[in-house]
Design a protein around this ligand. Sequence first.
Ligand SMILES: Cc1cc2nc3c(=O)[nH]c(=O)nc-3n(C[C@H](O)[C@H](O)[C@H](O)COP(=O)(O)O)c2cc1C
Length: 207
Amino acid sequence: MGELLILNGSPRAPRSNSRQYALLFAKSYPQAVETFAVGQCRPWDLCRAMEDCSDLLLVFPLYADGLPSPLMGFLQELEKDPPHNRPVISILINCGFLEPEQNDTAIRILRRFCQKNGYPLGSILKIGGGEAILSTPFRFLAKREIRQLAKSIHRRSYGTFQVTMPLSKQMFLRASSRYWENCGKRNGLTREQMSAPQIENESPPPQ
Ligand SMILES: Cc1cc2nc3c(=O)[nH]c(=O)nc-3n(C[C@H](O)[C@H](O)[C@H](O)COP(=O)(O)O)c2cc1C
């Protein structure tokens, strides 16, 4: 008992921002943690590991104001075949938009999951501007809140935290548009091409 498990719920787990957040968390947490990633393990593997842990931290991005569907599927599997031991579930969620409150609907979904399935809800960290913050001078703000999250879980004095970049919405919009346009340029894509539905395909649309 006493072990903490992390589940990375990002569909792009190995290259995800969630992975970076999970690594920062693991560095701040005073005990060893074990990390699982949706898509890289079976719900059954996590379920078995949950039998011996006291805390589970879900680290994931906001997708369409909710949970990424692979994470949703994972939780549905867990619901069908639950562990005997129910650890405290904490949440570290990040979203692309500036406002941490964008994450509130996803948190409500998880709160309901916990109530329905008998998991105590622990600490919550909501990160706004989560795609960008770690590569800006405001990285230290995210790290500071992640340390708070780790401390609260370790001390079992659970709380809710949030962090974002101290920018006006206009500044954020300008900076993020510039960032994505430069990403597109590096990959040979114009702004128009990036706005087209084909952007979801594997290969870029013809120039
Ligand atoms: C399909 C998709 C849907 C998204 N929906 C939202 C959203 O509703 N609100 C938001 O603020 N960010 C949204 N984002 C942005 C992600 O939450 C953000 O880029 C996050 O940092 C990705 O984290 P990850 O690298 O751990 O997957 C979305 C991103 C994708 C790819």
